[in-house]
Ligand binder design. Structure first.
Ligand SMILES: [Zn+2]
Length: 216
């Protein structure tokens, strides 16, 4: 296993439902496509983290997690508020995006770079991959050394969300998943099912189930 842990509070400890919001718009894609990608990325993680639910809200005050874009140190939200960015891209020009751990939970994307849906063209980055990586941090993962893994430390256009990070995030959330499973027999079956679904080798399967407290 190559996944590592990211510091900070796990976002999912207290609530089964988490609301996310995009607080302003990047310059490369229209809002419709930005939200399509953002919701696809949340869904990709949600799929592996039942019973947690991640829901988009247009109400910034209801949101647990904010995604916003910054070019320089002052950013303007869609509601007109201006705030100073937590992270200075001008001083850290090589950084594509930043994710703060829970509970503040913001993801800040560097709008000095070019983003697209498919990363075609020079110096263009696949927004889905960048967002998926940052949310992996929010879910409690650090950087991974596994090849072509979405949690790799630097951008890789071929990176995907692999078994390694899925097991990593499920392990970090194991206590909550276990509580949900204990309280609901159907959930227990489901938890077992999706844990087993991502692992091929019986030995690794057993050790993962042991970590989740589902098998001795
Ligand atoms: Zn990272």
């Amino acid at each position: 296993m190559a996944f590592t842990s990211f510091g900070g509070t796990l976002p999912l400890d207290d609530n089964d439902t988490l609301y996310y919001h995009m607080a302003n718009d990047g310059t490369d894609l229209d809002r419709y496509h930005q939200l399509r990608i953002l919701s696809a990325v949340w869904s990709a993680w949600e799929y592996h983290l039942w019973p947690f639910r991640f829901i988009h809200t247009e109400d910034i005050n209801k949101a647990d997690h904010l995604t916003f874009w910054a070019k320089d140190d002052i950013i303007t939200f869609r509601d007109g508020r201006q705030v100073e960015s937590d992270f200075k891209f001008l001083k850290n020009p090589g950084v594509l995006a930043v994710q703060f751990s829970a509970p503040s939970g913001s993801m800040i994307l560097n709008d000095n770079y070019d983003y697209s849906l498919d990363a075609k063209g020079p110096n263009s980055f696949d927004l889905e991959k960048v967002m998926k990586h940052e949310l992996g941090h929010y879910m409690g993962l650090g950087h991974s050394k596994a090849p072509s893994e979405i949690m790799g430390a630097s951008y890789d256009e071929n990176a995907t969300l692999t078994e390694d990070s899925i097991i990593g995030v499920q392990t970090r959330q194991a206590k909550r998943l276990q509580i949900a499973a204990t309280n609901n027999p159907a959930a227990k079956r489901f938890t077992k099912h999706f844990v087993m679904g991502v692992i091929d080798k019986p030995k690794r399967k057993r050790s993962c189930l042991q970590r989740l407290g589902l098998k001795r």
